[in-house]
Ligand binder design. Structure first.
Ligand SMILES: Cc1ncc(COP(=O)(O)O)c(C=O)c1O
Length: 394
């Protein structure tokens, strides 16, 4: 194991690497395997009894040398006791929720959460007898009033990945800790490069590694980072469901992580540049980008984050859905697709789902993922497509 460095840039290069034998490869090999074999029954039994700990070679479903290296690397980056890899970001969210949800409990969920988090709450947790209450992500300390004796967890996102409100993380975690309720935060947008939620009091951080962490749209994976108190529960739940990452995914994630810091720093600059340019366009009503004052929770972002990802939304002046379709279809550099955080630019109209409040914005919401293309090419593409939004011609 190489020495662990205090600097993130050094950790991204040095951690998750092969053991220091002479003549070693630079990278961990692509590791595939199901059965692990032992020479004595005693060694087998010792591995079986320790199978929930990251680092125990017992059977492929529990991990292998490469996945354990990746878990340790991510734990270091997140400042967590432990990281458990999952088969997708959705699996990270659902496994974390399943670790705490029990019949006749109550779950608090921020109203801006990712659509599939909401779908899991509605489609699975409610059928198990879990009562869900949605709350305004900007509620801050007010969340204390919503906590009940049977509240099993608080699930939120920072920022929401469609509407970009940045909650007051320390206020929410303070209220939760006072009541003894665990907090689960989806921090996919910020990555550990721009936010350290555990240092802000969050108990469990979940993230889709299919996005920035792996970074090239070729890998499906998730991770759950948590404090020591919850490690056994998270790992036992995940393994009880048989959730598992593939060897190729682990390889790709380790490879993608090496460039995470420089990619995030670029996306921070490029995203702000594109958002500033879009603000000058007559079709734009407002920008929902945490680094801009127009974004709810901008002050929380400025206090708790050290940068901004390249994913943000634009509210265009009110116009028909047909005009939005015309605009999106006219773009050449922006692919139309879900997910984000790879090297390619993406665009997607967003229709926010709300339960605690209604989405009051009258304009059309469109989300952009800024990739690594030339910024002038992206601006020229947008400039050519934006007139499709003009209502004067209607
Ligand atoms: C905020 C957020 N969390 C989690 C996920 C799910 O990740 P995955 O696609 O890896 O399951 C997504 C996917 O779009 C997301 O936007």
């Amino acid at each position: 194991m190489p020495p662990s460095h205090p600097k993130t840039a050094d950790n991204l290069v040095q951690l998750g690497r092969p053991d220091r034998v002479e003549g070693r490869h630079v990278n961990m090999p692509l590791e595939l395997g199901s059965t692990n074999v032992f020479d004595t029954l005693a060694a087998f039994e010792a591995a079986r009894d320790a199978r929930y700990s990251s680092g125990t070679m017992y059977y492929g479903r529990y991990g292998n040398a490469a996945s354990f290296k990746l878990e340790a690397m991510l734990a270091k980056l997140e400042g967590a006791d432990n990281v458990t890899l999952t088969s997708s970001g959705v699996a990270a969210i659902t496994m974390a929720l399943m670790a705490f949800a029990r019949p006749n409990t109550h779950l608090l969920v921020a109203d801006h959460v990712y659509g599939n988090t909401r779908a899991f709450c509605e489609g699975v947790l409610t059928t198990m007898g879990v009562e869900i209450s949605y709350f305004d992500p900007m509620i801050g300390a007010g969340v204390a009033d919503l906590i009940r004796d049977n509240t099993c967890a608080i699930m939120f996102e920072a920022p929401g990945s469609g509407t970009f409100e940045v909650p007051d993380i320390p206020m929410i975690t303070k209220a939760a800790k006072t009541a003894g309720v665990p907090t689960i935060l989806d921090s996919t947008w910020a990555t550990p490069i721009f936010c350290q939620p555990i240092a802000l009091g969050v108990d469990i951080v979940v993230a889709s590694m299919s996005k920035y962490l792996s970074g090239h749209s070729d890998c499906m994976m998730g991770m759950i980072a948590c404090i020591a108190e919850h490690t056994a529960k998270i790992r036992k739940t995940t393994f009880a469901f048989g959730d598992k990452t593939g060897g190729q995914e682990v390889f790709l994630a380790l490879r993608g992580l090496r460039t995470l810091k420089m990619r995030m720093e670029y996306f921070d600059r490029a995203g702000r540049d594109m958002a500033s340019w879009l603000l000058t366009q007559p079709q734009v009503k407002t920008i929902l980008h945490p680094a801009f004052e127009s974004c709810p929770g901008h002050a929380h972002w400025a206090r708790d984050f050290s940068g901004a990802a390249g994913l943000f939304s634009v509210v265009f002046q009110p116009c028909s859905d047909e005009r939005v379709r015309g605009f999106v279809d006219a773009l050449h550099h922006f692919g139309i697709g879900v997910s984000w955080g790879g090297y390619e630019s993406l665009v997607l109209p967003v229709k926010p789902q709300r339960s605690a409040d209604t989405w009051a914005e009258t304009g059309q919401l469109v989300r952009f993922n800024i990739g690594l293309e030339d910024l002038d090419s992206l601006k020229a593409d947008l400039a050519a497509a934006l007139p499709n939004l003009n209502t004067a011609a209607e």
